[in-house]
Design a protein around this ligand. Sequence first.
Ligand SMILES: [Zn+2]
Length: 511
Amino acid sequence: MFESSYPFAFFDYFRVPYTVRPELAMGDGARVPVPVHRIRAAAGPGAASRSLLWQRAEDGPSASAGRQLGRYRLGDFTFFGHVAVGAAVPGTFSRFGHGWHPAAQILDSAGHARAAVWQDGDGNVFLPFDPAEVMQQFWSEGYQRVGRSPMALRGRAALVRSYYLMRPAVPRRLQLRLRRAFTRVQDRASFPGWPAEDSLHSLYAWLFGLLAGLAGQPVPFLDLWPEGRSWALVLTHDVETGDGYRNLDLLREPERQLGYRSSWNFVPLRYKVSADVVRGLQEEGCEIGVHGLRHDGHDLGSRRLAAKRLPAMREYADRWRAVGFRSPSTQRRWELMPTLGFDYDSSYSDTDPYEPQPGGCCSYLPYFNAGMVELPITLPQDHTLFAILQNPDADVWIRKARFLRERRGMALALTHPDYAADPRVAQGYRSLLETFHGDRTVWHALPREVATWWRQRACSVVRGAAGNWRIEGPAAAGGRIRFAHGSRSRGPARADGGGAIPGGQNRKSYT
Ligand SMILES: [Zn+2]
């Protein structure tokens, strides 16, 4: 259905069938020094084939292509990356088509039109940015560096560092007051939105719409979840202290009563974890994960410290048969995480402006960081909701979980038995579990099962032709094929719009 001159990260991620044909690339090295890549959509009956053109962010010096790294807005989503700005772009492309005109405006962060998605008279589209780079900016949180001075970044790093260093010495009540003060500062940050940030998924929907429009037919892809389930619910717990360790049942008991399984992340050297407790949880079908080594702010403090502490973390992982990692206080570094040697990490949030290391990968689906699966935390943490923001009940949890269900996403909860003595946490958790207890659409899975599925999906392909698609590879047994539809409107196609949740932003669905 599609041929591309270069591997297209978006197709790879959604497992859209296509073949790579390098000879489709355009550019002669003189007038077009940066190669122009092309995805050609097979022509429908009685129609000429149409192409999507784009340039890779990594090819050639940005300046030569007029590309500027920045924060931009297209339609209803924000994105970060290099964009070919200005009206000079069609000049470069005039030789590849005729009648180029702007089909959609791209605005800068001040709201001024800076670039456009271009379309020619035959319906070919030029994308002035590289979707692979944009996806990577979100996943890695690399966008946090865009438009910020190195000094401001250093200042923030120092603030985070001093928070960790000072924390043990500061009384708990003052800690909370500091966090709330910090929270007011965080509230002013306009990106990512909280409790939901839809930009990355709106970009996916926009791309699906564009490609379905070019192809003139729905685009097949490998469904996100197995067995025809439409969303995933994953329960995880971090056990912070000996108090939490003694109070596991405050959260485990309601799970038992309702038939849920969950994952428990223990800190190896902060309190004693008995082999009986580990075995007991495993026998109930639960999973054990590793939550740093000492939880003192230094486990991943630097590459050197991480390397020093890693052998001990690995030893406990082997002892507990743990394949998952959650970093203490979700302290994380993109380059470091895959070197820890776990099957999956779950230290990124889709959006969390309230953590000591604030941010958000904006993804409510799993994704890869090198060879490791990342499972983002997508429901606000109990501590944020009840201790910092003083919510009276689980309303935000339930609304966000419904929001994720509508978007076929992954609701991944992180709660702590350490905070469950607060009746709002315990009662809130129970009502979250009760709300989705009878839901037949949900895949209730352990994080290790989600990571395994995501790997199987990533090495499976959709093959065949219209009307006769099939899955080949390890996801063939449980996987399904779905279709993304284009829009009926003119120009680069859009998926249908939908509602918004308070505090979040508008959404698009890609199915
Ligand atoms: Zn923790």
